[in-house]
Ligand binder design. Structure first.
Ligand SMILES: C=CC1=C(C)c2cc3[nH]c(cc4nc(cc5[nH]c(cc1n2)c(C)c5CCC(=O)O)C(CCC(=O)O)=C4C)c(C)c3C=C
Ligand SMILES: [Fe+2]
Length: 388
């Protein structure tokens, strides 16, 4: 019998403060994260945004201990699944592939080849599908599979999303139930789901099912919880000037406080591990918003991490996929817009990277051109309709 492997996908996070800028560069260089009319603009813009954002982002990582815990927790989840699957009679190898930092997806795929795995179950650690998360990783994997004759021999199947999987709903209901029981007035505590947002255009123009899956997911969690509590779904972590999914978390907290809600049970719903957006954004920034708005109790529900019910759910998902018809990368949702994924040069500290120098120069030339045109009202960008 051939060897089976499981590839867990996640976003990745900087392990230490020096990693923050190259991590941000890799993230913003992804056309599934920032959608631009031309691939030529992507690298200079990624350089510019990562350079401008790195300082503030580093401050936030400093507050949670100087780096992201995402790699450690994802590796613990992989180990726990390996053990659980073994107890259930399945000896499978588990690999972790991150999109924007170590261990990169490319490194995980190289290990899969080295270990001569015959079949891979690809499981994104995002319960809900978004073009910007699971979709981006699937596109990268598709590119790797299509360009490597050895990989073409490796069978695979994809689990596109699992927001309605009973074991996951059970996990979330248990974690929320425990937190509700710790409040002063359990029946009147308001369950507040805070999901990572995406730009509205992803959902309304590119066909991203993220909002639909998120709404169905929170409603199914509340059904599984089977308690009388009211609930709200809001979106956090907005980046840049475009409109993102609403309501925004900070505004929704203030609205509830105005309506007299005293206790919030806050659920980070798009994440299955603790990371900067739970530990800093929710626990520090939104807690402060809530306190200033008059909320008496801000009770945060922990992310599932290695909760045994959750590890059982992930293991069951893998077993179910092993016995189900293949789902190929091309069967998953594609953006309506015709964006192409082109090779991205990963940037790391200590690397002699001529791309960095060139992207910096291009970004500077671009900025100067924009400033010149805004001052004079003339130039190339006006001529091609990008300004004016
Ligand atoms: C479901 C989860 C996520 C979605 C959807 C998502 C979309 C998305 N994110 C950005 C920009 C940033 N994301 C950052 C970090 C980050 N994001 C997620 C999850 C989702 N992102 C995770 C798990 C992490 C890693 C956190 C860690 O612990 O390191 C960051 C960096 C942090 C910061 O500087 O704020 C940025 C930037 C966009 C633009 C986007 C959709 C288009
Ligand atoms: Fe993000």
């Amino acid at each position: 019998m051939g060897r089976t492997g499981v590839l867990l996908l996640n976003l990745g996070g900087p392990d230490k403060l020096e990693d923050v800028r190259p991590f941000l560069y890799n993230l913003f260089a992804d056309p599934e994260i920032i959608r631009l009319p031309s691939p030529l603009l992507q690298a200079p813009l990624a350089w510019l945004i990562s350079t401008l954002r790195a300082g503030k982002s580093q401050e936030n990582y400093k507050k949670i201990g100087g780096g992201s815990p995402l790699r450690r927790i994802t590796e613990e989840q992989a180990q726990a699944m390996r053990d659980r699957l073994k107890e259930m009679g399945h000896d499978v190898s588990i690999y972790v592939g991150m999109r924007y930092w170590h261990p990169f997806t490319e490194e995980a795929v190289a290990e899969i080849k080295r270990d001569k795995i015959d079949k891979v179950i690809i499981l994104p650690l995002y319960p809900q599908f978004s073009i910007s998360t699971s979709g981006s990783s699937f596109r990268l994997l598709e590119q790797l599979w299509n360009s490597d004759p050895d990989l073409k021999q490796v069978e695979y199947t994809v689990i596109p999303s699992w927001y309605d999987f009973p074991g996951y709903l059970q996990t979330m209901a248990q974690l929320i139930g425990k937190r509700i029981d710790s409040t002063e007035d359990p029946d009147n505590a308001h369950v507040f789901f805070s999901a990572h947002g995406v730009p509205v255009s992803y959902v309304e123009e590119a066909g991203d099912p993220y909002r639909d899956e998120m709404e169905a997911c929170t409603s199914a969690i509340m059904k599984t919880l089977n308690r009388p509590n009211n609930y709200t779904l809001a979106y956090q972590s907005r980046v840049g000037p475009v409109e993102w999914l609403q309501p925004y978390t900070d505004e929704a907290i203030e609205d509830l406080a105005e309506k007299g809600v005293a206790e919030l049970v806050v659920v980070p719903v798009s994440f299955v591990s603790e990371h900067i957006e739970t530990l800093e954004e929710i626990d520090m920034e939104y807690r402060e918003v809530a306190e200033e708005a008059g909320i008496k109790n801000f009770a945060r529900v922990p992310a599932p991490d290695t909760d045994p019910t959750f590890i059982q759910a992930l293991s069951d998902l893998v077993l179910q996929a092993m016995d189900s018809p293949k789902i190929a990368f091309g069967d998953t949702i594609r953006p309506a817009e015709n964006t192409k994924l082109y090779p991205q040069e990963k940037w790391e500290w200590g690397m002699t990277n001529s791309a960095e120098i060139w992207n910096g120069r291009l970004a500077m030339v671009g900025l100067l051109a924009i400033i010149y045109e805004m001052l004079t009202g003339h130039g190339l960008l006006h001529a091609i309709g990008l300004l004016g």
